[in-house]
Write a protein that binds this ligand. Sequence first.
Ligand code: SF4
Ligand code: SF4
Length: 305
Amino acid sequence: MLAPKTLSFLYRGALASCNYGCSYCPFAKRHENYAALEKDRQQLARFVDWLENRPATDRLSVFFTPWGEALVHKAYRQAMIQLSHQPQIQKVAIQTNLSCHMAWIKAANTTKIGIWATYHPGETSLEAFLERCAVLRDLAISHSVGMVGKVAFFPDIQKMRQALPAETYLWINAYQPDKTKPAYREDEIAFLTEIDPLFPYNLGSYACLGARCGAGARSLSIAGDGTVQRCHFVKQRLGNLYEEPLDSLMEEAPCPAAQCHCHIGYVYLERLELEALYGEGLLERNYHLTPAQAHFSQKEIPGRA
Ligand code: SF4
Ligand code: SF4
């Protein structure tokens, strides 16, 4: 079997629950029973086992993108610790609300951990969230902080930007509950772009039918039962991770979807050149704006839908 030089797995298991109650989320305060959580645990254990049995010469990255919050569950914390010590794993990243305790992370190989941390005003205090960010900084863990760009959150967004060190990237996800109306006024877009120079990339979606996209070739979406798709958004099944050779599951093909809406998908859309822009911080959305890169925030974004 040919070992892929670099490949990221975006894993989303059966988990679909969260300890927070965000008004904009279908998983808010959703609880699961023991059987559902046990199913997710077993799927996760199988995935970790499969990764641990890959050759040490592989260059693999893992990105947990759960429906809900995973780090409140010990199995996910343990999976991140275990995987971070594997030679074939380059990065193990996760999307989280950062509500879990932080002691676990010291047991990981912190040079390989990536944290995509989202702050949700009203669900926890700014101070409590910032304390956890300080732990990440103290351990030099690659991370980003993000917020949903609700207009009602603008004061909190401002406070967060002022409270975080300048070197911590604060991203903003566009919020448009009514798709028939513009999401923002011009001055609101200007405010959010001042906070996050890459915010214009997140505003709207991309026409992508027939476009070149690295999803499928440099990244694969993995479901709890091993089902492989090129990305979370194209539902065509490429096979099963546990039943077929990895090489046979990868494909370099034009995108078959009409539009790409989500950051974790369009970062692989080649014309946007975002893989190069984020570099090592791609999975955890960690972006370092250097003078040489500053033009990325101003240039016209190609192919907006
Ligand atoms: S923290 Fe995330 S998953 Fe949980 S309710 Fe809020 S948006 Fe949903
Ligand atoms: S452009 Fe978006 S929808 Fe199309 S393959 Fe890439 S990630 Fe998937």
